[in-house]
Ligand binder design. Structure first.
Ligand code: PBG
Length: 328
């Protein structure tokens, strides 16, 4: 009677079959967990704006490493909180700075842990901007020099990959040159290629103490209205020698993840940022949503949009969900 009905439901009839025909396959290998390291001792403290995430002083990093290992996560993205800040952000390239100390400690605890470092000035400058100020403006080219120094100091401390998040023009080339001239040709650069001036970073700035003391970041981070410009930023970073392109934030910017995937042949990463995580946590705490369901579904959608790599505060939970076969 209804012989002419086309039946897509046929492929949804069992769990086994649904798993067979999945279009998006996810592996814990594609996850990177952002971690906050803080100068000092004996600090293992939950971050109020990011419940479930912690500040670790170097002597407590065994807790971080154990946690990652217990969930089968072996890639981290490090952010540092220094004790002292200055106008230039000199703590960023100090060979004994917080990130440099943390890299050495983590490599000592677990040489197999792959360490990516965020390269930016905002956690280290007294004014909280992502570079060197000239009056009230961030001076692009002076900032390139300190970014290159910072990336090099991370590589010297043992970082496996550097990830500049400052959005200065020309920083990928400047960093590539500094690394190459010093024998670090094999340290890749994951560029925050299209990073938007976003309200979604609020909880991070509390966690990292990196909110600008005046103004905002709109003179260097991108305008959320602009998608074509994001592709231009990606193309420039490819040209300058980036190895991986990142789109950030993730959830509200998946059109650009898809566009970048279609246009460029480099691995595409997306960063599900602090505000995305904090919103899920808060809504779950209020009893409004199912946290696990939402964290799994939103991650799947980021991969479906075209991400090869997902940077997320939920890395450990996602690695478990993938291994249990709930997603992936
Ligand atoms: C540093 C940096 C920021 C984030 C990553 N690197 C903050 C900012 O640009 O203000 C945000 C990450 C997050 O919200 O999880 N520039």
């Amino acid at each position: 009677m209804f012989n002419d009905v086309i039946r897509p439901r046929r492929l949804r009839t069992s769990d086994n079959l649904r798993r067979l025909v999945r279009e998006t396959r996810i592996s814990p290998d594609s996850l990177i967990w952002p971690v906050f390291v803080v100068e000092g001792e004996n600090i293992y403290r939950e971050i109020p704006s990011l419940p479930g995430q912690f500040h670790y002083s170097p002597d407590q990093l065994d807790l971080m490493v154990q946690h990652a290992q217990a969930h089968g996560v072996s890639r981290v993205l490090l952010f540092g909180l220094p004790k002292d800040k200055d106008e230039q952000g000199s703590g960023a390239w100090d060979e004994n700075g917080i990130v440099q100390q943390a890299i050495r400690k983590i490599k000592h605890l677990d040489p197999a842990m792959y360490i990516v470092t965020d390269v930016c000035m905002c956690e280290y400058t007294s004014h909280g901007h992502c570079g060197i100020l000239c009056g009230h403006e961030v001076d692009n080219d002076q900032t390139l020099t300190v970014l290159a120094k910072t990336a090099l100091s991370h590589a010297r401390a043992g970082a496996d990959m550097v990830a500049p998040s400052d959005m200065m023009d020309g920083r990928v080339a400047a960093i590539r040159q500094a690394l190459d001239e010093n024998g670090y040709q094999n340290v890749p650069i994951m560029s925050y290629a299209a990073k938007f001036a976003s309200s979604f970073y609020g909880p991070f700035r509390e966690a990292a103490g990196s909110a600008p003391s005046f103004g905002d970041r709109r003179a260097y981070q991108m305008d959320p209205h602009n998608g074509r410009e994001a592709m231009r930023e990606c193309a420039l970073d490819v040209q300058e020698g980036a190895d991986i392109l990142m789109i950030k934030p993730a959830m509200a910017y998946l059109d650009l993840v898809r566009a970048a995937r279609e246009r460029f042949d480099l691995p595409i990463a997306c960063y599900a940022v602090s505000g995305e995580y904090a919103m899920i946590k808060a809504a779950a705490k209020a009893g409004l949503i199912d946290e696990h369901g939402i964290l799994c579904e939103s991650a799947v959608c980021m991969y479906r949009a075209g991400a090869d790599i997902l940077i997320t505060y939920y890395a450990c939970e996602l690695a478990d969900a993938i291994r249990k076969g709930e997603i992936g």
